[in-house]
Design a protein around this ligand. Structure first.
Ligand code: ZN
Ligand code: ZN
Length: 145
């Protein structure tokens, strides 16, 4: 079952060809600024993503290894996309809030737990990783900033 989503104004729409069942929360300071809250995102391989209205997307290169796409008309944060060379290049991490239908999509993990503000938290005991653990797993060569 494919899922569809869009920005707030509808200028950008997308359809995901793969199954979406899990989202992860990222508590890092960059995601917090970018989304204005917690970034809840699901992963989509480059080939499974179909975007219409893509010319309304502006890409902000937020680090040496990823960029963040937002709608230039309404400002909605859309997705984080890996730009670093390697098997994950082009992979999307799409904001759950952009989905039309969130049925069947469950929060299953948290990352950058060490940067989460103390004033809130998710219920349940989810598996989590600190920022240092994330860098060690995905980018051992990248110096953490
Ligand atoms: Zn828009
Ligand atoms: Zn983040």
């Amino acid at each position: 079952m494919s899922k569809t989503g869009s920005c707030l104004c509808g200028a950008v729409k997308y359809r995901v060809k793969s199954e979406i069942s899990e989202v992860g929360a990222c508590h890092c300071g960059m995601c917090r600024k970018w989304t204005g809250g917690v970034n809840l995102a699901f992963q989509v391989a480059a080939n499974d993503m179909e975007i219409t209205g893509g010319d309304h997307i502006t890409y902000y290169p937020s680090s040496d290894w990823a960029e963040r796409g937002f709608c230039q008309k309404c400002g909605s944060s859309l997705f984080y996309r890996v730009t670093a060379e390697g098997p994950q290049k082009g992979e999307y991490h799409v904001g759950m809030g952009t989905l039309e239908d969130t049925a069947g999509v469950t929060l299953t993990s948290e990352i950058f737990t060490d940067e989460k503000p103390d004033g809130y938290g998710f219920a349940g005991d989810l598996p989590g990783m600190t920022g240092a653990e994330v860098f060690a797993m995905y980018a051992p060569d990248i110096e953490q900033k």
